[in-house]
Unconditional design. Structure first.
Ligand SMILES: C[S@@+](CC[C@H](N)C(=O)[O-])C[C@H]1O[C@@H](n2cnc3c(N)ncnc32)[C@H](O)[C@@H]1O
Length: 310
């Protein structure tokens, strides 16, 4: 039996650095009108996917979600396929933690962090527990691939959101979830599909670098490799939206080629964004976000809205 859940009400169920919740209006209004298959290749918390699904006008017919983080992908698979077992398992961990005093909570957190999960449901429950109780909801691993974020000391973290998990399960029901490097994942889309790309950011400065979602860093070579993949998708008539920080290097990459948009190949715009997770609290605030599109104005959702209002 499928769990009771309302796919349209689903929201991200993990906190994720670079999560897009603040920016969604700006992204959604630039999304193409008719989405056949939707691809989100740097999934993280999946804010864009859940937002598209919440709007019957935008909900894609098919979706393929991808992230290179194997544990994160397993969590999505478990939420999709075994949500009741997950709710049960996570509920037991949450109960023990929430009933404990501060010192005991820290002990339970480090005990959980230090142990190896036994099976997929246990892995997903441990992942969500650590995500909700660690410092700032960060995900960072050491060289051995072990999660190493410290305890967060929140008074009453919402470790188990039963309905939220059931809604997410309903949203993921027919969704294909893959765990591939972006280049392999981007071989699949066809003309008429829509790809949203939210790669780890080019750091604003050396000290603000936060690209440690996986063991390898997402450096300039990776950004360039991604740009080549975007070129390839453009040649295959796949609609692409990419968000990144408006660093000179990234701006240079996407404005270098000649093409139909004011002489350049891609349409670039900037919009204010609040970064929820920043390693240095004092540098939180509003910073512009760069949005890169490879499809013309007129195919976007906002142009449909303005033509129906006219
Ligand atoms: C900025 S986060 C995405 C945030 C997401 N948009 C959200 O709403 O939470 C970037 C994601 O890219 C993933 N990633 C990093 N390198 C990758 C690669 N080579 N291929 C695919 N995914 C990768 C990371 O694991 C991380 O989840």
């Amino acid at each position: 039996m499928r769990p009771a859940g309302n796919a349209g009400a689903a929201r991200p169920f993990v906190k994720w650095a670079g999560g897009k919740t603040q920016l969604l209006d700006a992204l959604v209004e630039r999304a193409p009108r008719d989405i056949d298959t939707y691809y989100e290749t740097f999934l993280g918390g999946g804010a864009m996917f859940f937002r598209l699904l919440s709007d019957p006008d935008l909900a894609p017919k098919r979706a393929v979600l991808n992230d290179v983080n194997r544990d994160l992908v397993t969590v999505y698979e478990v939420v999709r396929d075994e949500v009741e077992r997950l709710v049960d398992r996570l509920g037991r961990t949450a109960e023990g933690y929430l009933a404990a005093d501060e010192d005991e909570r820290a002990r339970l957190f480090y005990e959980e962090r230090g142990r190896r999960p036994e099976g997929r449901v246990d892995l997903a429950a441990r992942f969500i527990f650590l995500n909700k109780t660690c410092f700032n909801g960060l995900y960072r691993v050491n060289r051995k691939g072990e999660f190493n974020v410290p305890h967060g000391r929140y008074r009453s973290p919402r470790i188990l959101d039963e309905q939220g998990l059931r809604d997410a399960s309903a949203a993921l029901r027919d969704v294909e979830i893959t765990c591939l490097d972006f280049e392999a994942a981007l071989a699949a889309p066809r003309a008429g599909d829509f790809v949203y790309l939210d790669p780890p950011f080019e750091p604003l400065s050396k000290t603000s670098s936060f690209t440690g979602y996986t063991q390898g860093a997402f450096d300039r070579l990776e950004q360039r490799r991604l740009k080549w993949a975007v070129d390839d998708l453009t040649e295959r008539s796949v609609c692409v939206m990419l968000s990144n920080s408006p660093q000179d290097y990234i701006l240079g990459l996407y404005s270098a080629d000649r093409g139909p948009y004011d002489g350049t190949r891609y349409r670039l715009s900037q919009t204010p964004a609040r970064r929820a997770i920043n390693p240095r609290g004092d540098r939180r605030g509003v910073i512009d976000e760069l949005i890169v599109l490879n499809y013309p104005e007129g195919t976007e959702r906002r142009s449909l809205e303005s033509s129906t209002q006219a």
